[in-house]
Write a protein that binds this ligand. Structure first.
Ligand SMILES: [Zn+2]
Length: 213
């Protein structure tokens, strides 16, 4: 549950772990309630090019957004009929016809959790603040106020424009997250207000108040 996944997160972002720590936070672990398996590498090289239909690489060259193909009035089904593979579609940020969207892989940092970082299968990296919630008897973290941070991947200078933009997003989310923190009335550790029972953290509510979760 608390396995350190920082190296994996940094590798996926192509950011040095030390830079990642300064830019956003560290260490990172999988967020409760998100079955965050190893993050897959981005979709591989695209396949066949068809005349008249821009390839994912051409879209990037044109600086069109990930879903830029919608501007051409082409649906994923049209493109597949035109010879695009599912990998091509995914690398262009489009969902192959009939496919179900893959969940965002969410990681969390802070004790208690104060920042979430999400990898959408196709799309920009996300930062969010965690919002605790009970899913039956399991505490889970929902991402709230998610912000796209397309400048984070590959960022190598915390003090450059991209780095400052990331840190600005991070600081705004942290301010909002910290306004939602309080102290457990028993062990006095900081705890998310939404994760308390009669003012106590889950551990103390179980140990001292007789709550069974
Ligand atoms: Zn406590």
């Amino acid at each position: 549950m608390t396995e350190d996944r920082t190296a994996e997160v940094a590798g996926r972002l192509r950011v040095d772990p030390r830079v990642l720590a300064v830019l956003v936070a560290a260490p990172w672990r999988a967020a409760d309630g998100h079955d965050t398996g190893p993050v897959a590498e981005p979709a591989g090289e695209r396949g066949t090019v068809y005349v008249g239909v821009p390839s994912p690489a051409e879209l990037r060259e044109l600086d069109l957004p990930a879903d830029g193909l919608r501007h051409f009035g082409l649906t994923p089904a049209d493109l597949r009929r035109g010879g695009w593979t599912d990998a091509d579609l995914r690398s262009a940020g489009l969902l192959p016809p009939g496919a179900t969207p893959e969940p965002v892989a969410w990681f969390v940092a802070g004790e208690p959790p104060q920042l979430m970082l999400g990898f959408a299968p196709a799309g920009p990296v996300l930062l969010a603040r965690p919002e605790p919630r009970w899913d039956g008897h399991l505490p889970v973290l929902d991402p709230a106020d998610a912000v796209e941070v397309p400048v984070l991947p590959g960022c190598d200078d915390p003090d450059g424009d991209a780095g400052l933009a990331v840190r600005q997003v991070r600081d705004g989310l942290l301010r909002r997250a910290r306004r939602r923190l309080t102290h457990c009335v028993i062990c006095l550790r900081p705890v998310h207000r939404a994760a308390t029972t009669h003012g106590a953290c889950h551990g103390c509510a179980g140990t001292w108040l007789g709550f069974v979760f």
